[in-house]
Design a protein around this ligand. Structure first.
Ligand SMILES: NC(=O)c1ccc[n+]([C@@H]2O[C@H](COP(=O)([O-])OP(=O)(O)OC[C@H]3O[C@@H](n4cnc5c(N)ncnc54)[C@H](OP(=O)(O)O)[C@@H]3O)[C@@H](O)[C@H]2O)c1
Length: 323
């Protein structure tokens, strides 16, 4: 496993981190299997874990807390997220900062997350939704400053809305944001246009999330794939998106070099970009952990393949089903 700096936090984070959403929010999860997968990840050098209160109402924070407690001798970095008070994804410019992240709400959830993680101070606390129109609300700055001065968090981050990578740049320019979490993968290349250069300029860490486009770049979806009722992916890979996605994935499969798999190519595409600090695949299966971590050891892709992958960029705009 290779490591990179998470921007100005100075944390040396593993190139392959671990995303916990699926472990607590999707069908097909088993806690014992998830805990084992995380332990294998730790044993293989993974030290960065992304969770959120919203993943099972504190469940994934608590699963991560168990792993932290079991590995006291190792420095594991925990990133979690404050849920929007109005429970709305994506964030809407029609709502005010006060509607979504009033101070009492932020401090209450910071307390709950610390309890579930079993840590005094959260390494990276992110807001789970963001609209740049909220940047000038004085309570935003006051809240971040107090979270830090009270020692409740070490660093502060924003998780940007799906397919809106530029809706956060104003906030980054305040200097309050130490790391940003954004969707970046073979399809979603738009963060390269503006966001990444701003992060480089300000030394803000970049967490590339959803490296497999919620699973399509794992290569197993077909036009007949169905998800059980209540599984968020049933909406995302619904009638408007599933067939179009499968068609694009099939085109990608044709250019995977011999000896490489599609998921490996997907991760190595992301890691080829030096602006990325870490990527956080959802990996709740042992086999996936081993495969994904091997992608870090294999390193970036060659320029020829990267050039071909540029042509697979797919710019999308938020839809009712996409969050
Ligand atoms: N708003 C936000 O802040 C936000 C939103 C979304 C995600 N996130 C974070 O980003 C993390 C990653 O995103 P995600 O989990 O939604 O999606 P993802 O990482 O793009 O995809 C996860 C899917 O990929 C599959 N997979 C993993 N490794 C694989 C491999 N080697 N080969 C084939 N398939 C593989 C998993 O299979 P299985 O189903 O078998 O496990 C799962 O279905 C989340 O866990 C969460 O921490 C944050």
């Amino acid at each position: 496993m290779r490591y990179r700096k998470l921007g100005r936090t100075g944390f040396d984070v593993s190139e392959i981190g671990c995303g916990l959403w699926g472990m607590s929010g999707w069908s097909g999860s088993d806690d014992a299997e998830s805990l084992q997968a995380m332990q294998i990840a730790v044993d293989s050098g993974c030290n960065f874990f992304d969770t959120a209160w919203a993943y099972g109402d504190g469940k994934s924070d608590a699963l991560l807390g168990q792993i932290i407690a079991k590995n006291k001798g190792k420095r594991l970095y925990a990133a979690s997220k404050i849920p929007p008070k109005n429970d709305k994804w994506p964030a809407s410019p029609r709502d005010s900062y006060q509607d979504v992240f009033p101070a009492a709400h932020v401090f209450e959830y910071a307390k709950r997350i610390r309890q579930n993680l079993g840590t005094d101070s959260i390494d990276l606390l992110q807001l789970h939704a963001w609209d740049d129109g909220w940047t000038s609300d004085p309570e935003f700055e006051a809240t971040v400053a107090k979270l830090k001065s009270d020692g409740l968090i070490r660093y502060f981050g924003l998780s940007l809305n799906r397919w809106e990578p530029n809706n956060g740049i104003r906030a980054l320019r305040t200097g309050l944001v130490d790391a940003v979490q954004v969707i970046y993968n073979i399809f979603d290349q738009a963060p390269e246009d503006r966001l990444f250069s701003v992060c480089r300029e300000l030394n803000v860490g970049v967490i590339a999330r959803v490296p497999f486009d919620e699973g399509s770049l794992g290569g197993k979806l077909t036009v007949d794939t169905k998800f059980p009722a209540g599984d968020w992916r049933g909406g995302y890979f619904g009638p408007e998106n599933l067939a179009a996605t499968v068609e694009r994935v099939e085109k990608l499969k044709k250019i995977v070099p011999g000896g490489m798999t599609l998921p490996e190519m997907a991760l190595r595409f992301i890691l080829s970009n030096a602006d990325v600090s870490t990527t956080i695949p959802g990996m709740r299966r042992h086999g996936h952990v081993r495969e994904n971590i091997a992608a870090s050891d294999a390193g970036g892709l060659d320029a020829g393949l990267l050039g071909r992958l540029k042509r697979h960029r797919w710019d999308r705009t938020p839809k009712l089903w996409s969050d």
